[in-house]
Design a protein around this ligand. Structure first.
Ligand SMILES: NC(=O)c1ccc[n+]([C@@H]2O[C@H](COP(=O)([O-])OP(=O)(O)OC[C@H]3O[C@@H](n4cnc5c(N)ncnc54)[C@H](OP(=O)(O)O)[C@@H]3O)[C@@H](O)[C@H]2O)c1
Length: 292
């Protein structure tokens, strides 16, 4: 089965390509080969390549920059998603699309379900929500997978930032009042390929919107402590810096971060047989990859 992967050089895109299972051919296109915000390019490239399924890993992910660059954020996250959905529907093929916990306000205190009302607080989340709506409206055969706190060996993320800071600091302050679930790019890629495999064998899927993250919930502070503990155990760091808990108000950013990002991932297990894995095991894999 020929699967088009957009945003193929991003964190998740990279893992999708790396983990392509036997029996699938990944057509991996970065933004230079396919700019999803350009409808003519999307239509002509898809018409030429004739994929049998699309996985959209392309997105404008610069959360803070989006606040002052909303036109571009919407062009990629909303219009880009719509362009792919329209082209997929025209070809009669499914679209697996990735979205985010930032579609929620973050004011809850129990895990978000797919049916909970959305209410993004920033441009990035709003543009991703518009993308979800476009996918659902234009392509009946769709999966929208909302995920959170993505990390991996490839690309920029919290794990790599912490490891870099640990080279020069004995002590650092990390936000301890935002709660969420770190999720490895590899686990997202494996879940998406499992869905592609189900579709290939059954000719269908339980289409719709699902939450998928690793488990258990933590804070950025808890995540940082685990990163340092594992990196010391693996002898990637000589000594763990002291991690001081700080509050969001002490670390102001242009975009407001949700205080609560934890999502209930039971629906994807029930309907699509995708189980959650422990982010601490995923982290250990990523640290080993970074060591080589
Ligand atoms: N990172 C997180 O913590 C996080 C959390 C929740 C959900 N998500 C979602 O997970 C998905 C994957 O995110 P990620 O972390 O892998 O992001 P990423 O590393 O920033 O990768 C996104 C990729 O999209 C590409 N892209 C940007 N504009 C494009 C365009 N117009 N056409 C085609 N490609 C374009 C980028 O290419 P260039 O670099 O060449 O522009 C980049 O390689 C996204 O849908 C994101 O919203 C991410």
């Amino acid at each position: 089965m020929r699967v088009l992967i957009t945003g193929a050089h991003g964190q998740v895109g990279h893992e999708l390509v790396r983990l392509t299972p036997a029996g699938f051919t990944a057509i991996a296109l970065g933004s230079a080969e396919l700019d999803i915000s350009t409808p003519d390019q999307v239509a002509s490239i898809l018409g030429e390549l004739q994929p049998q399924l699309i996985i959209n890993a392309a997105a404008y992910t610069a959360v803070d920059k989006a606040e002052s660059d909303s036109e571009r954020a919407y062009a990629v996250n909303a219009k880009g998603a719509e362009n792919l959905a329209t082209a997929a529907a025209k070809l009669g093929i499914p679209l697996l699309h990735i979205s985010t916990d930032y579609v929620f306000s973050g004011d809850a205190n129990s895990p978000y379900k797919e049916t909970d009302p959305t209410n993004p607080t920033g441009v990035y989340g709003a543009s991703k929500l518009a993308g979800e709506q476009a996918v659902a409206n234009h392509c009946a055969q769709h999966i929208i997978m909302r995920t959170s706190w993505v990390f991996g060996a490839h690309g920029n993320n919290f794990v790599k930032t912490m490891l870099r800071l640990a080279q020069t600091r004995d002590e650092l302050g990390v936000v301890a009042d935002q709660h969420g679930c770190p999720t490895s790019a590899a686990s997202i890629a494996k879940a998406l390929w499992a869905l592609a495999s189900q579709y290939r064998s059954d000719g269908s899927l339980n289409w719709g919107t699902y939450h998928f993250s690793n488990t258990p919930a933590t804070t950025w502070h808890g995540f940082a402590e685990e990163i340092f503990q594992q990196a010391v155990a693996l002898e990637q760091l000589a000594k763990a810096p002291k991690v001081n808990p700080i509050n969001t108000v002490d670390y102001p950013t242009p975009a407001r971060r949700p205080a609560w990002s934890v999502m209930d991932c039971s629906l994807i297990e029930e309907k699509l047989n995708i189980a959650q894995n422990d982010w601490r095991d995923e982290l250990s894999e990523v640290l080993k990859q970074l060591a080589v």
